[in-house]
Design a protein around this ligand. Sequence first.
Ligand code: FE
Length: 332
Amino acid sequence: MRFALTTAAVLLSTVATADEVNVYSYREPELIQPLTDAFTAETGIAVNVAFLKKGMVERLLAEGRRSPADVILTVDISRLTEAVDAGVTQPVTSEILNANIPAEYRDPDNQWFGVTTRARLVYASKNRVADGEVTTYEDLADPKWKGRICTRSGMHAYTLALTAAVVEHLGEDAAKSWLEGVKSNLARKPQGNDRAQVKAIWAGECDISIGNNYYFGKMLQDDEQTEWANSVNVVFPTFENGGTHVNVSGVAMTKSAPNKENALKLMEFLASPTAQAIYAEANFEYPVDPNTPASDLVQSWGEFIADDVNLATLGALRPTALKLMEEVDFDG
Ligand code: FE
């Protein structure tokens, strides 16, 4: 059984000591444990992690100044933006963070910092889609794909972030047309997670799907899902005037951090070559540090140029993306 702390089992001291740092994490224990172990080995600072499934911001708001949390870890720009907008984070000034993390993957106001990226790409049937047949996000709205695309809900954070990127590149009106085009190309109503779309390709229900890159690795690790993965090619689409859409997982310091110095040390550690290499091997994501290579397996899927739009821009465009999803009734 997977080890996970429930909220009730979390033993975080509200008394700050010199040698600890407290983390609220949406990221899984299997991923975080090697990082915190390495941090403690390097610094002697103990890391207490509360692994949460939901309600992080609500919890921080309820705890207020008494919160034991120093640092939050989460995936997705929408969750980072949510924390900043709720006022539960504080800006961090760090030469190390600024040096190791490209500007597009950290907040211009220093409230959050990306530590990994994940590309949102196209999975294409090996049998039914030729090499080079799909190369751009714009192309997904082309009628040639009618009845051939599978995707998860338009309301999911991953879909909304991609749509925000479409708004940024094409403008709101064209983004709406794009969504309408993609919707009219769907083989079925949006449903299931990213892996379920690849399964649908394997089962012959559709020919291409949209999904995050690390699920390809996860499927290859899973006995049942390996054949789903083996039925598709990985395609890194780009915007016609940009690169491949990526999202981040990131870190922020809480506004009330009782162990500020240690929190900063942990944040800087997560952007260090040591931690970036651990991230690279752990979850099929991309390190943010350009000097740390992705894992051999991830590199074998091909090279790509990530879009250089700042993730904060996409966070700010989320309400627009949501509005467009509702206007076109994407899931309906
Ligand atoms: Fe995911």
